[in-house]
Design a protein around this ligand. Structure first.
Ligand code: F6P
Length: 330
């Protein structure tokens, strides 16, 4: 293999730049040309790319976001879109691709691999929602951002003896909420992997802790729980704060931490994981592999068939960790 491409796709994640750097430098060090493809699969279809050398990825390991920009391309999700991307790869002489992102990105890689362009996936998503891996690049930084913001919120809710309902991202997965809730000492943690019972999971817990003298409360809510709230006639986290106030008498506010969670300089863990998995992805291409995703299992870098990883594996949340959180949140 003489020429490869690298792109980032889907929601950005801190650590994507560290992965790009690892891919470009590993490729150059092993005698390959490497195209940096802008705006994910959309940019690939539009032939928006540039040859990168080792110095083009200097000073990016510490930067959040992605220097290649990202997109959620709808046009690519069709046989015509894939055919267009293959045509561009053939024209440029691109023989393999490293794609950095989440589930949607890997589905695109599977389609391109099946169409004859070998692809290797590297994780880059704050959600930690990919079944084949213990860990996704970006999760640790996002978690630390949640921790920093909730620590600040705790200061002010404590001063006013209030309750704060905090919504965090994660799509349909509760990892950010569960880990963020444990790290910030949240009184209640609501995740989509558990059936929701507001009286049992929030009101009763608050009342019980009030009896031992607790006066301020952090309620951590995964965004995937909002549809479950709606089923119970509560529109959003602001509605949940009003519900809590009406049931407990504790003055309540709400905040959605939103896209702040996706920004910021990557943590050590994200930089190192991105460097390890980006490096391995290029070596897999050099070994003639295709349609693989490079992930972390028990601290080691391993790889799986993408079709297996995205279509057949399911991500389980550690409900024992939830039990632990509840046991010590009192
Ligand atoms: O997948 C990453 C993520 O940040 C999710 O947690 C969230 O649901 C979604 O992306 C938000 O997407 P957008 O940036 O398109 O609003």
């Amino acid at each position: 293999m003489k020429t490869i491409g690298v792109l980032t796709s889907g929601g950005d994640a801190p650590g994507m730049n560290a992965a790009i750097r690892a891919v470009v430098r590993t490729a150059r060090e092993n005698g390959m040309d490497v195209y940096a493809i802008y705006r994910g699969y959309q940019g690939l279809m539009e032939d928006d790319m540039k040859l990168f050398d080792v110095r083009d990825v200097s000073d990016i390991i510490q930067r959040g976001g992605t220097i290649l920009y990202s997109a959620r391309s709808t046009g690519f999700n069709s046989p015509e879109g894939v055919a267009k991307a293959v045509e561009v790869c053939r024209k440029r002489g691109i023989e393999g691709l490293v794609v950095i992102g989440g589930d949607g990105t890997f589905r695109g890689a599977r389609d391109l691999s099946n169409a004859g362009i070998p692809c290797i996936g590297v994780t880059g998503t704050i959600d930690n929602d990919i079944a084949s891996t213990d860990y996704t690049v970006g999760f640790d930084t996002a978690l630390n951002t949640v921790k920093d913001m909730v620590d600040r919120l705790r200061d002010t809710v404590e001063s006013h003896s209030r309750c704060i309902v905090v919504e965090v991202m994660g799509r349909t997965c509760g990892y950010l909420a569960l880990y963020g809730g444990i790290a910030t000492g949240a009184t209640c943690i609501l995740i989509p992997e558990r059936k929701l019972d507001l009286d049992r999971d929030v009101i009763e817990v608050m009342r019980r802790t009030q009896k031992t003298g607790k006066k301020h409360f952090v309620i951590m809510v995964a965004e995937g729980v909002v549809p479950m709230l709606k089923e119970q006639g509560i529109d959003d986290i602001s509605g949940l704060a009003k519900f809590i106030q009406s049931k407990t008498g504790v003055e309540s506010r709400s905040i959605d931490l939103g896209h702040c969670q996706r920004g910021g300089s990557p943590t050590v863990r994200d930089r190192i994981t991105a460097s390890m998995t980006g490096n391995r992805a290029v070596h897999l291409l050099l070994e003639g592999m295709s349609n693989r995703v490079v992930v972390m299992q028990k601290g080691s870098v391993v790889d799986y068939d993408i079709t297996e990883a995205v279509d057949r594996m399911t991500k389980e949340i550690d409900l024992d960790l939830y039990r632990l959180a509840m046991e010590i949140s009192i």
